[in-house]
Design a protein around this ligand. Structure first.
Ligand SMILES: [Zn+2]
Length: 139
């Protein structure tokens, strides 16, 4: 049985995208046309773009967005807590209200933006499972 050669990145079919994945991600819009919203709930991705019909059913950023939000927002709120309590001397109940709002609003906003950016980057770079030949690509 003859071995098929591996396909390099240059041999795979790359689809040029006119929309910047970072702009589409920041605006939470379709990575193909940037004309329709990517989410139909707070964090639920459309199965297909309502404007251009682009298939979004394979969009899967995994847990990547949550990790970024935990690390970035955790650092920001800890720093804010030190500044508000240590430098400005705010009472604990004020810290709880301010930081509670920052954590709730910031985590939802950052989850949307980072999830949309990861999905847009996935489609921009045509990321998918590896395949050794054309028969594997079909399945
Ligand atoms: Zn679209």
């Amino acid at each position: 049985m003859a071995q098929e050669p591996f396909l390099s990145d240059k041999e795979t079919d790359r689809v040029p995208r006119s929309v910047s994945p970072y702009k589409a991600g920041f605006r939470c819009v379709c990575p193909n046309c940037a004309a329709a919203p990517l989410f139909h709930n707070i964090l639920e991705v459309h199965s297909a773009c309502p404007a251009c019909g682009f298939d979004l059913s394979n969009a899967d950023p995994g847990d990547g967005a949550q990790v970024f939000v935990i690390l970035i927002l955790g650092f920001v709120t800890a720093l804010m807590g030190f500044l508000l309590y240590g430098v400005m001397g705010l009472p604990i109940w004020a810290l709880a209200i301010i930081l509670g709002f920052v954590i709730l609003a910031g985590s939802v906003w950052m989850l949307r933006v980072i999830k949309a950016t990861l999905i847009a980057l996935q489609f921009h770079h045509d990321a998918h499972e590896g395949a050794l030949d054309e028969k594997d690509k079909q399945s």
